[in-house]
Design a protein around this ligand. Structure first.
Ligand code: SF4
Ligand code: SF4
Length: 103
């Protein structure tokens, strides 16, 4: 059976650098960015995370508005299963505040 591939986005947030300003949430056209309610990062701030990573389109609006360059954005051609694997791998790469295209 042939697997369907689709262009998707993926982001990695350096949560310990996030100060919880909420600008990324306001900028996301998919409305999939939120802040923790009680859990804080190493600096003591509520921090941002994606609520529905599978809906990310990789537009980079969140990374563009982040004043501290905490968000790295990637575009991937992949199935849903491969995307999950790619995000795990990308989280290990310490690229910050830039858009990287992965083919
Ligand atoms: S890359 Fe775009 S769609 Fe994905 S979380 Fe950031 S603003 Fe939202
Ligand atoms: S814009 Fe940056 S610093 Fe502000 S909440 Fe989002 S990730 Fe954190």
């Amino acid at each position: 059976m042939k697997t369907m591939f689709k262009k998707r986005g993926a982001i990695v947030i350096d949560k310990d650098r996030c100060k919880g300003c909420g600008l990324c949430s306001a900028a996301c056209p998919m409305n999939i960015m939120s802040r923790t309610k009680t859990e804080v990062n190493a600096k003591g701030y509520l921090y941002s995370y994606q609520t529905q990573p599978e809906l990310c389109v990789g537009c980079a609006c969140c990374a563009t508005v982040c004043p501290d360059s905490c968000i790295s954005v990637y575009k991937v051609n992949s199935s849903v299963e491969e995307l999950a694997s790619a995000v795990t791998q990308l989280a290990k790469i310490k690229l910050r505040g830039r858009t990287t295209f992965v083919r």
